[in-house]
Design a binder for this molecule. Structure first.
Ligand code: 13P
Length: 251
C-alpha cells in the first residue's frame, strides 16, 4: 500500500498563560510568519475571541485546551464544544496529562470528550503518555496502549484522523528533558500500529504529534522520524519567534 503523505502539524498549547497584552504581541509577531506546516494555536478559553481575531487571515487555526463531554446545560464552570465552535475554534486538546493528573480526567472521560469533539466537527488533539515511573517499570507501551484503546472504543480511527494524536511523555513535559528521537519514534510507531489494527488506511493518514520540551534546537530531528508528524508545544510556544522556529523545522 502506498504510504499516505501526512502534512506536518505544529500546535501551540499556551496552557494557563497569556494576557490581553501578551496575546496581542504574539499575534502581531505571528502575522509576519510563513509556516511551512499546518498550525493550531490553543489559547485559554477567555482569550479565544481575541486570539481568533488576531489569527484571522494567517495560516494558523484557533484551538482550545479542553471541552466538556456534555452538551450545553447545567454544568457550572464547564465549556461546551458548541461554544468553542461559535468563537471560531477548529481544534481542541483532549486528555492532556495535566488534566489527567490534576483534574481527575480518566481515560473514559477523555474518550467521551474526544467523541463529543468529533461529533461536533471539532478536530481533537488526543494526548497520551506515560509517567517516569511507568517508563522505568518498562510499561510505556502498555500504558499508552490502554489510554488509546479507551479513546478507540468510542471514536473510530477515521474520526480521530480528522484531528491528531499526541504522544507526550509526562516526564518530558516542562522538564527540559526531551524524549530522544528514537524513544519517541518507538512509541509513535506502536500508536500507529494500534490504529492500523482497527483501520489500516485511516492509520496511515492519522497524524501523531510529539510533545515534551520541544525547542527550536531539537524539533528538526524529532520531526524527521517516520511516525512523528509534528509537535504539541508548551513552553516554547509562548514566544512567537521561538514557536515560528519550531514550525520552520516541520517541512
Ligand atoms: P513543554 O513543551 O513545555 O514541555 O509542554 C509540552 C506540553 O505539555 C504540550 O501540551
Amino acid at each position: 500500500m502506498e504510504a499516505a503523505v501526512r502534512r506536518k502539524l505544529v500546535a501551540a498549547n499556551w496552557k494557563m498563560n497569556g494576557s490581553s497584552a501578551a496575546n496581542a504581541q504574539w499575534v502581531a509577531a505571528w502575522r509576519a510568519v510563513k509556516a511551512p506546516c499546518e498550525v493550531a494555536v490553543c489559547a485559554p478559553f477567555v482569550y479565544l475571541p481575541q486570539v481568533g481575531a488576531g489569527l484571522a487571515g494567517t495560516s494558523a487555526e484557533l484551538g482550545a485546551q479542553n471541552l466538556s463531554e456534555q452538551a450545553p446545560g447545567a454544568f457550572t464552570g464547564e465549556v461546551a464544544g458548541e461554544m468553542l465552535l461559535e468563537v471560531g475554534c477548529r481544534w481542541v486538546i483532549v486528555g492532556h496529562s495535566e488534566r489527567r493528573a490534576m483534574y481527575g480526567e480518566n481515560s473514559e472521560l477523555v474518550a467521551k470528550k474526544a467523541a463529543r469533539a468529533v461529533a461536533l466537527g471539532l478536530k481533537p488533539i488526543v494526548c497520551v503518555g506515560e509517567t517516569l515511573a511507568e517508563r522505568d517499570a518498562g510499561r510505556t507501551l502498555e500504558v499508552v496502549g490502554t489510554q488509546l484503546a479507551a479513546v478507540l472504543s468510542l471514536c473510530p480511527v477515521e474520526q480521530l484522523a480528522s484531528g491528531a494524536l499526541a504522544y507526550e511523555p509526562v516526564w518530558a513535559i516542562g522538564t527540559g528533558r526531551t524524549a530522544t528521537p528514537a524513544q519517541a519514534q518507538e512509541v509513535h510507531a506502536a500508536i500507529r500500529a494500534q490504529l492500523a489494527r482497527a483501520d489500516t488506511q485511516a492509520a496511515q493518514r492519522a497524524r501523531i504529534l510529539y510533545g515534551g520540551s520541544v525547542k527550536p534546537g531539537n524539533a528538526g530531528e524529532l520531526f524527521a522520524q517516520p511516525d512523528i508528524d509534528g509537535g504539541l508545544i508548551g513552553g516554547a510556544s509562548l514566544a512567537a519567534a521561538e514557536f515560528a522556529a519550531i514550525c520552520a523545522a516541520a517541512t
